[in-house]
Write a new protein. Structure first.
Length: 568
């Protein structure tokens, strides 16, 4: 925004005109922390610009200093001695004697209704008195810049600053009434802008603002924040989820003809403690929103404490991952893969995060986080390296067909050359590549078949043993399996649990075994916990088992003494 320049008489006149609109209007020079006194064509630096600011925030974080720094009007609600008032600071440039121009700020203060009169006193007893019972002023009557601070120019809705002020005001008036904060989001709005142009995006935002205004939703306050978030504050009793869903549905189809079909979602936070900062309430509504971002069938999501706990956990994982990896807190456990008699064939390497106090963090609680933040390949490479090292070290104590299977995250393929890395491990440790089996999940193999097929083919052509992990957990169809090039199918625990339709899962399992036999593939069943499962699966043709019935994942020294030592 271009900061306007005034001569002394012009600014003097301008400030006079504002005096009827606000309780206090003054010109300040935040840099020197002084009030500037104007008198026709003279100006003078007067008393310190105290007033509504606490000593600690004077001119460092106060709105006047911010306005000066950013050249944009700033607003702030201040609560002091049980009174609440709003301060707006608009940057201007004052051209003084000899055409010397210096930046300063017009500060406008309004006390809120129901506030008791306030006396601002500075250290030198200069006193400004706010008139008793002064009314809240109409924002539209302010200056151009001032209005811009209160109104979102694109939609005409209140700005975030204005929303904060009015919502806080409402909270102060009825602090015991719980509120509901709703934040809406247009799914992949950036894409709309990119595909249809900014103007189309703006048209959607304006249309949405109008529609929300006319929606009949009984919000107390509303604003637009960020590019495509609309935030509403409801009295708890006035918020009806089904009504919100109806409106979101209606809005979603509103732009189909003019621009495109959009998809709207909303995050909801029920605020019982109104002393919590409004921005934290909105953060929680946003967290609820983020929880459904990838679920396009869900429209509304309410914040719950688990979401915050998950966020805290995620932050913890991200901040401690690298130092803990370097500190050796990530260790490999080995879970035996055995025949029906329990004789060892190989093992799966499963990572464990072992904290200094001995707490073991299971992989399911951090693998996904590391995948989302592109850190997973650092961990996987460490696990693969250790596994290859064990194979090299155990050449003489393990059987010649002994193998270790390692998990490959689908994300690894995006960040590193997986094939080249395994080839490097074979050279580094002098191991047979047939002894290091590679597990790739079924969901990855099925997600983008063409591309995945090429990856699988390259690994197979290079002589690696490829296993499809978690078969049956996802959505694979047996038909697709025949197109995939791999050696072993690992049937997921959920497939053999038979929790629902026993007959049906048996029939499917039998056809899986039939098909793998025809395609000459190996089968490993995971999660075997009971003797009768081993018997039933053996009858179907299964020769390799992994599960608690035989053993749990073990620390390496335990694995060695139980399975690889001469008296094992
Ligand atoms: P997965 O690769 O399917 O590993 C099998 C999981 O099933 C392991 O869980 C294992 O402890 C568990 N399991 C084995 N037998 C039984 C049983 O009889 N009953 C039950 N209830 N569970 C059994 P874990 O170790 O917690 O690993 C979970 C998943 O985390 C793994 O599933 C794998 O997808 C991932 N993961 C583990 N380690 C790594 C790793 O180093 N890299 C990557 N990318 N992922 C890993
Ligand atoms: Mg696995
Ligand atoms: Mg598995």
């Amino acid at each position: 925004m271009k900061v306007k320049e005034y001569t002394v008489p012009e600014l003097s006149e301008y400030i006079e005109s504002l005096r009827s609109l606000y309780d206090i209007v003054r010109l300040v020079a935040p840099e020197s922390c002084r009030v500037i006194e104007l008198d026709h064509d003279c100006y003078a630096f007067g008393k310190k610009c105290f007033g509504c600011w606490e000593r600690s925030e004077r001119c460092r974080t106060c709105t006047s200093a911010m306005a000066l720094k950013t050249s944009v009007a700033q607003g702030k609600v201040v609560i002091k001695k049980s009174s609440q008032f709003s301060v707006y600071s608009v940057p201007v440039r004052l051209r003084g004697a000899n055409d010397v121009v210096f930046p300063c700020v017009i500060e406008m203060v309004t006390t809120h209704r129901n506030s008791i009169p306030v006396t601002y006193t500075d250290d030198r007893q200069d006193t400004l008195i706010v008139p008793a019972g002064a009314a809240v002023q109409d924002s539209a009557a302010g200056t151009e810049q001032f209005t811009a601070a209160r109104i979102d120019p694109l939609t005409g809705l209140p700005s975030w600053a204005e929303f904060c002020q009015t919502t806080r005001d409402i909270f102060i008036r009825s602090p015991s009434e719980p509120r509901v904060i709703v934040m809406t989001d247009i799914w992949k709005f950036g894409l709309v802008n990119e595909l249809f142009g900014i103007e189309s995006g703006n048209a959607i935002l304006r249309g949405m603002a109008d529609a929300l205004r006319d929606s009949g939703l009984m919000y107390e306050t509303i604003c637009r924040r960020g590019s495509d978030h609309f935030i509403m504050c409801f009295k708890s009793g006035d918020y009806i989820e089904s009504r919100l869903c109806d409106i979101l549905q209606k809005l979603s189809s509103m732009f189909t003809e003019s621009v495109c079909r959009i998809f709207l979602q909303a995050g909801v936070y029920r605020a019982h403690d109104l002393t919590m900062p409004l921005s934290s309430m909105c953060d929680r509504a946003k967290l609820a929103l983020n929880a459904i971002k990838e679920k396009t069938k869900v429209m509304v999501s309410e914040f719950d404490q688990d979401m915050l706990d998950r966020l805290v956990h995620e932050q913890h994982v991200l901040s401690s991952f690298r130092p803990d990896l370097e500190a050796g807190e990530f260790q490999v456990y080995l879970q035996p893969q055995v025949d029906r008699e329990g004789a060892i064939k190989g093992a799966e390497a499963l990572v464990r995060w072992i904290k200094p106090d001995g707490t073991i963090v299971p992989p399911d609680s951090f693998i996904g986080i590391l995948e989302r933040s592109c850190l997973i390949s650092d961990l996987d490479r460490m696990v693969w390296d250790l596994a290859a090292g064990y194979l090299a070290a155990w050449k003489n104590i393990a059987g010649k067909d002994f193998y270790i299977s390692v998990n490959i995250s689908p994300l690894d393929f995006f960040h590193i050359d997986v094939l080249a890395y395994f080839e490097h491990l074979v050279r580094k440790y002098g191991i047979d590549k047939k002894s290091l089996h590679l597990e790739i999940t079924e969901s990855f193999m099925m997600s983008d078949t063409e591309k995945q097929l090429r990856i699988a083919d390259r690994l197979m052509e290079a002589g690696w043993i490829l296993e499809i992990d978690d078969f049956g957990k996802g959505y694979s169809s047996l038909g697709e399996l025949k197109d995939l090039n791999f050696n072993t199918l690992k049937i997921d625990k959920s497939f053999i649990d038979e929790t629902e339709n026993q007959e049906r899962s048996r029939a499917i399992l039998e056809s899986v075994f039939d098909m793998t036999k025809k395609l000459r593939m190996e089968v490993i069943t995971e999660g075997v916990e009971r003797k009768e499962q081993v018997e039933r699966l053996s009858a179907m043709g299964c020769k390799t088992f992994q599960g608690y019935y035989f053993d749990r994942p073990l620390p390496v020294p335990d694995f060695i003494s139980k399975y690889l030592s001469p008296d094992a």
